[in-house]
Design a protein around this ligand. Sequence first.
Ligand SMILES: N[C@@H](CCC(=O)N[C@@H](CS)C(=O)NCC(=O)O)C(=O)O
Length: 213
Amino acid sequence: MLTLCGFPVSNYYNKVKLALLEKNVPFTEERVMTKSTDEAVLADSPLAKIPFLRTAQGGLCESQAMLEYIEAAFPTPALLPADPYAAAKVRELITFIDLHLELVARDLYLQAFFGGTVSDSTKERVRAALEKNIVGFKRLARFAPFAAGDSFTQADCAAYVSLPLVGSATKLVLGEDLLMTAGVDYKSYLKLIGERPSAQKVNEDRKAALAKA
Ligand SMILES: N[C@@H](CCC(=O)N[C@@H](CS)C(=O)NCC(=O)O)C(=O)O
């Protein structure tokens, strides 16, 4: 049995949880917070980031490596197309979401969600990078109706948990939701995905964890 370790408020934790739920993979959850110095955690997640998985063979961190492992170990229902090029296009889109959108917007989270402040130079840098990257993202994303096309894929696991953070962080810190400004109608997409039992479970657990925090 797999154990998903982390905290249900984390977008990357929920990216993996969505994939597990969509694929009906049995798993348990273990609450592990960030910045752990516990050797057992560092053995599985050397940077003490969450999420990470405990498997019968050992630990595994980095959400995309985890999704790839889950896909290979539990092939059906598939969250990647069978065609190698189409599958690569899904992975490409995930890289844009995780690396070129979310990781850039992350520099705003201190102010957006944690009561801190970020400098004007950080705000300018993040705005410039995101404005460029969102234009690139728009060229790849399909929303037809799913992020990568006509079926639910790993890209939806990434998009569903990270696009709202990019939108709300930019709105709160930069005064406008840069995704909306660029014409990415992710809100109707979130509504569509939010109707899935997997997304509803992720949301309920996220809200419950936030209420306790
Ligand atoms: N690239 C990693 C990112 C994971 C990540 O940044 N997780 C955050 C929580 S959402 C974290 O652990 N932050 C604490 C830290 O970076 O020390 C992945 O895809 O799993």
